[in-house]
Design a protein around this ligand. Sequence first.
Ligand code: BES
Ligand code: MN
Ligand code: ZN
Length: 444
Amino acid sequence: INECYDGTLTTALEDEKFKATAGATIAFRGLGRLPAKWLLVVGTGANSPEDERRAAGAAASFARDKSLASMRIEVGNHIEHQVEGIIAGNYRFDRYMPEDDRKATLESVVLVNGSEDGVAAGVALGSGRSLCRDLVNGPADDVHPQSMAASAQKLASGRLTVEVWDYEKLKSERMGGIEAVGRGSDRKPTFVHMVYTPAGESAGEVALVGKGVTFDAGGLSIKPSGGMMDMRCDMGGAGAVVGIMSALEALDVKVKVHGIFGAAENMLGPNAYKLGDVLTFRNGKKAEIHNTDAEGRLVLADCLSYASEIEGVTHIVDLATLTGAAVVALGEHFSACYSNDEGFAKQLCAAADAGGEAYWHMPLEKLYADKLKGDMAPLKNIGDRWAGSITAALFLENFVAEGKTWSHLDIAGPALISGKERHLCKGATGAGVPGLLAWLRDWA
Ligand code: BES
Ligand code: MN
Ligand code: ZN
């Protein structure tokens, strides 16, 4: 290719001090020297799976910015990871832009040196993540408890069943947390239980539980306007559960997987739940409300109780945009990972690493549990100023049955990012999807 440019390409790269770190790019116009509009030089780093995702993703991101419908790519040999990276890098959320202003998506990609192996898996991983990103990016007027249930229901097919409970049903099923949080909105809450059954004999059985607060105004403990701006992302945990469930069959996951979420709008209204209320959750435990903006844990409490009732389930993982404290501590790159089993936390952090995410193992410090003692009831729904992400995790632990291995991922930082990171554009990233799919695929 250097010859097409009469040897000037390498000089140009030297001039620019181009270091071939994964995803670094320099673009050259084709200028008739190549049968292409653009030549993009992309760094592949150490050619690790993640480096290839970033490299291919950077190329696909460039293609989107330039509105290119086709691309030929030569970045190594991990086909699956490249395909996954291409889908993630090519993603934009522009459906509300006038059609003329939207950039073209890639329609065809030629992978040089590639085989078909890994393409299908890469597409499943990429599409599951994009589905989550669409749900999280979608405005709360389009993504609400009824539409979340419909999104889950759309996935029902051969190996996947979906059950939806409406407001009346979830009330009669003693889901006091979901009921209270969702009650202040005209759009009443829903509860969803999906089940994926593997083709052969199951190698295990797990439950994934998502926080599905489709908008978090804070309730009567109303958020200031700035803090409310991004709160359409507050169903990020449920969105990840839906994204993961959508990919299991194509990835031929060997484990039986339950996908569970409660979807509710945390609003202010004549019927909204109040400070000082005492709620009773599905497992019979009670908590008094000291702040209606600590609502995610109330929705999760019922869902975790429900998941704990499923006999065969040995592992429960919940995902939630749960606390601002997690974002303060770890920023937008890391999800906070808590577990009642150290080994399991380590396993999930390793899976995240392999999948191209970052989970950071945090302490589930029992000494802080006293902060959650209520006055009228055994529990209250907030601690004091400190360690807010830890006390939120400790609250949740009350709703996990003895004997279940459990992990809580606070994805508040990475669920919706304020600027481009790696090959991911600003907005929803699909946090939770790649890491947990890596864990489930790797089940031994
Ligand atoms: N949904 C928010 C947490 C959040 C913050 C998610 C920033 C994404 C980005 C959650 O419901 C919330 O409001 N948490 C409170 C808890 C507090 C009242 C104990 C918080 O973090 O301030
Ligand atoms: Mn809140
Ligand atoms: Zn919330």
